[in-house]
Write a protein that binds this ligand. Sequence first.
Ligand code: FAD
Length: 491
Amino acid sequence: MASNSVDNISQFEQHSSTFLVVGGGIAGVTCAETLAIYHPEESITLITESTVIKTIANLEPVARYVYKFDVKERSLKDKCQASLAPTIVTIVDRLKNIEALDHCVTTENGRRIYYKSICLCTGAAPNLVLGNNPRVIGIRDTDSVLALQEFLKHAKKVTLLGNGGIASELAYELHGIEVHWVVKDNHIASTFVDPGAAHFFQESVRLKRSEHSKADKEKTQSTSIVKRLRYKEIQLEELCKESSKVHGAALGPDWHRNFTLTGNALSTTDLPIIHYKSYIKEIIKENEKMVVTLTNDERIECDFLISATGVEPRHNYSCSIPLSMASDGGIAVNDMMETNVLDIYAAGDVCTAMWEHGDHWFQMRLWTQARQMGCMAGRSMGAKLTNEVIYQDFCFELFGHVTQLFGYPVVLLGRYNGQGLGTDYELLIRSTAGKEYIKFVLQNGRLRGAILIGNTELAETCENLILNKIDLTPYGDDILNPDIDIEDYFD
Ligand code: FAD
């Protein structure tokens, strides 16, 4: 059944709701859905700036506590598509101010909405390098990818800045354009992987590319169009109609498959030219071109620059009682997703987890955690209403993230890059070019984290080994011996 749509309540100047959720990204939608499951008798309002919301589909366990899922865009204009729980009322509007003592918000379009508790899920915005330069673009939401497509139409050369997931995907997804990839580290994709895994990816991509004939390349292009149809839930025209001032939810996994990302250069190697350990020193305009000078004084003459250098939590509204902020600019929340202000909660990219973290968990602004936090906030708001005591979800005991990088399935578990372990750990690695890369992070003989690339089928075993703190010392290096099935060993 469709939820109450925008139109039903557009004439309301004043509205009241037990629960108010702000933001139609994964965190906000999950929070509202969780509230609807636990409290179907209560009113729930979801305010969001864009008519496109994000929902989760095809949730599939990869291990006991780690899931993979698809992120679908849904239009609130299409009642069948939106398909939120029937008790959720949606309003397309922008939160402007929170009157914390009165338990009331005002919106950009002059609505006043009263609440018993509110959850802020307003996401994050790209942290743009030289954001006031019209030739610098950041990738965050569908609108920004449409802007990228426009730039690509006339471009032959681009500079790509950043070394996280977005830059790593773009570096190999852009075709028909010379890509100069500027990374601050001595290896690519440093947010997610170590130099060994980066080498594995580069070799694999190189092998695949060299195997492709020209005809294969054409086939690849048509394959991506098939994928594009599968993923294109919302007509691009509809997205274009939305005001450029409106920020949609952050893109989800596989976002680049929805779009053709081809430049205007006739022949390129299609492999990025990587500038390691470099930063941008200066950008100037020279005859219709952009000239980027790097810290090693190298000059790149290009048509535009893509800045993919992380995000900043987005709280573009005021609150009558100042909300406490963490040092990274996120709204500080405790283990129940509560802020310092009574009955105001926050979840997803906008917040910073200030509770004492478990041994195997840390915060990263990812859709996995947006979903987990949205769910936790919903449970917590509901429990407060009924004076129930609840505990934090078990998912916060173990960092787990499932993604795709360079076409390979990737599972990251625990302190997969030795995060927070200083130098007091050792690594065990097994790598087969083009097939798999497995890295175990061991501390005092115990598994503290793992990177699993390829179809390793080891996620659940690793999850158990990490959570149960099993001493692996007796097994020595055999733990990654390809002739030993460690799944059988520990089941
Ligand atoms: P968002 O999805 O940003 O949603 C925020 C919502 O709040 C939006 O609907 C917005 O319209 C609304 N809003 C903002 N301000 C207001 C206001 N004042 N009033 C009303 N509404 C408002 N993560 C992964 O795990 N894997 C990936 O592969 C991955 N790839 C990514 C690729 C790209 C290009 C980007 C940009 C991000 C990627 N991420 C990825 C990160 C992931 O998308 C985010 O961590 C996640 O979507 C955050 O969800 P959220 O609900 O907190 O915020």
